[in-house]
Design a binder for this molecule. Structure first.
Ligand SMILES: Nc1nc2c(c(=O)[nH]1)N[C@@H](CN(C=O)c1ccc(C(=O)N[C@@H](CCC(=O)O)C(=O)O)cc1)CN2
Length: 300
């Protein structure tokens, strides 16, 4: 293995430290405590873990955490009424509805009912439009975390060839916008892209966000490229014992690490940055709502 490992846990710890320091300052100087409301509908086990972790980390950086756990059969009207209440609560600066939602709920409708200024996920159509036009917005947490790690590792991204594999609204599209904002030449590749291996081989930066275990092998990677693996896929691991599983990314780590200049691991890469950036976004939303100076280096 020759690639440098980009340690997402260490990056996330630094982000949380910066957030905590700024939270202390605005509490002391302005008497304001940022508050994050997280809404979970249903009992999806992974979502329960993420929501618990979000609540714990919110409190650890000194912010207020408000958790709303609703039954899986909650009606759309009930969920929208809760969001309306949170939109109008001055103690709540950030609102997040954990995804995925149960199938009977219209995800777009729910997300677009959140006050864009409190939309710490950056999924509201207003924030999508602001980001796409290079204006100040709330930036989706996972792509923001990827950008912070790329900047931290490479310094300037200007002029680099970047390929984003995956075109989801949550990761692929906003990631491409952020890379463009940092003056990369950006290609968005997806399941219909012709000659995907050749497209990836041209890239100085590869962001893999397709959700297919180990889909990108090392021989697709340009020597020295920086590889950011967004995928979190659970696969069988018979080598660990019967019925055991392990997490892998969208990139085949062992072969890619032999060629890349740097690579994020799974777990311990992009994932921890997602929650750290949620805390950063909540702080940013609080500062904007109160006309306070925004913390430096915590947004795009
Ligand atoms: N409203 C939202 N819903 C979802 C988002 C989101 O950003 N906003 N992202 C994902 C889930 N997610 C946060 O919500 C998330 C996923 C993974 C991790 C993480 O730290 N992963 C670890 C591995 C965890 C494990 O062992 O299973 C890692 O990669 O090291 C954090 C947050 C979907 N929903």
């Amino acid at each position: 293995m020759s690639a440098q490992i980009i340690d997402g846990k260490a990056f996330a710890a630094t982000v949380r430290e910066k957030v905590a320091a700024h939270v202390t300052r605005i509490k002391d100087e302005n008497g304001i405590t940022p508050g994050l409301a997280v809404v979970l509908v249903g009992e999806d086990p992974a979502s329960q873990v993420y929501v618990r972790s979000k609540g714990k980390q919110t409190i650890e950086v000194g912010m207020n955490s408000y958790e709303h756990k609703l039954d899986a059969d909650t009606s759309e009207a009930t969920l929208l009424a809760l969001i309306d209440k949170l939109n109008n609560d001055p103690e709540v600066h950030g609102i997040l509805v954990q995804l995925p939602l149960p199938g009977h709920l219209n995800e777009d409708l729910v997300i677009n009912s959140i006050d864009p200024a409190k939309d710490v996920d950056g999924f509201h159509i207003s924030n999508v439009g602001l980001l796409g036009t290079g204006q100040k917005s709330m930036v989706p947490c996972t792509p923001l975390g990827c950008l912070m790690m790329l900047r931290g590792h490479l310094g300037s991204l200007s002029g680099l060839d970047a390929v984003v594999i995956g075109r989801s609204n949550i990761v692929g599209k906003p990631m491409a916008q952020l890379l463009l904002g940092d003056s990369c030449t950006v290609t968005i590749a997806h399941s219909r892209t012709k000659d995907l291996p050749d497209v990836v081989r041209r890239a100085d930066i590869v962001v893999a966000a397709v959700g297919r275990a180990e889909m990108v092998p090392g021989d697709w990677i340009k020597p020295g490229a920086t590889v950011i693996d967004v995928g979190i896929n659970r696969i069988d691991a018979p080598e660990k014992g019967e019925g055991k599983t392990r997490l892998v990314g969208d990139v085949h780590f062992d072969s890619a690490a032999k060629v890349a200049g740097a690579i994020t691991p799974v777990p311990g890469g992009v994932g921890p940055m997602t929650i750290a950036c949620l805390l950063a976004n909540t702080l940013t939303a609080c500062c904007r709502a109160n006309g306070l100076v925004e913390p430096e280096g915590l947004t795009a």
